[in-house]
Design a protein around this ligand. Structure first.
Ligand code: HEM
Length: 182
């Protein structure tokens, strides 16, 4: 997969209207009227209130059978009916990054069932995971989700499931930016 680099810019412009910026853990991000998703890693425009960057990358934890299960049900981005979206930037603790790969995988899936618990929310929720850590960004991850308004309650249910998991004990900063197209 060719990596996709994106910059999420909050300010006066953009196809997404920011409904609310909800601080979940740690410091929030400033409120802003709109969000645009720009291709590449760009410098924050003078008119912007904040900008965060990330790149997609290879799968770190997903096994082949899990990847196949995801591929069989997942939907792509930009569906006309998916007029709501969530940008959830996430930072994990030093303790997480000090773990070995196999220890992180065990917490991610064997204990927290991140994939197992999320699969039933597909294809209603479409997603893309960006990494920011290697870019020196303030957030290790930018998670992006698109869904139809009638699936918003299911998305909130998924958030509650994941936030109650052991994996989330390692989350030191999380902000939920709720968005609507137009
Ligand atoms: C919609 C259903 C979801 C599915 C199917 C899903 C699936 C996945 C998969 C397969 C990975 C591992 C990628 C890899 O192997 O590197 C992953 C990573 C991740 N997901 Fe989800 N996810 C979902 C929802 C969420 C939600 C709602 C959040 C945030 C609230 C989230 C946050 C993350 C984060 C932060 C990572 C990176 C973990 C790390 O590398 O330490 N995911 N997800």
């Amino acid at each position: 997969m060719t990596p996709i680099a994106s910059t999420f810019v909050a300010g006066p412009d953009g196809v997404w209207r920011i409904e609310v910026v909800e601080p979940v853990t740690g410091a929030s991000l400033p409120a802003a009227p709109r969000l645009s998703v720009l291709a590449g890693h760009v410098v924050q425009p003078a008119s912007a209130l904040w900008a965060v960057r990330g790149s997609t990358g290879h799968q770190r934890y997903t096994r082949r059978d899990e990847a196949a299960a995801l591929r069989a049900v997942q939907a792509g981005l930009d569906r006309p009916a998916a007029t709501w979206a969530s940008l959830i930037p996430i930072q994990k603790s030093a303790a997480w990054w000090e773990l070995a790969q196999d220890e992180r995988r065990a917490i991610f899936e064997e204990t927290s069932h991140h994939i197992g618990a999320s699969l039933r929310f597909l294809p209603a929720i479409a997603r893309r995971l960006y990494h920011g850590r290697e870019l020196g960004e303030p957030f290790d991850f930018l998670t992006w989700f698109e869904y139809a308004p009638e699936h918003a309650a299911a998305f909130d249910e998924l958030l509650a499931v994941l936030r109650a998991s052991e994996e989330w004990l390692f989350v030191t900063r999380e902000v939920h930016v709720r968005l609507a197209r137009q």
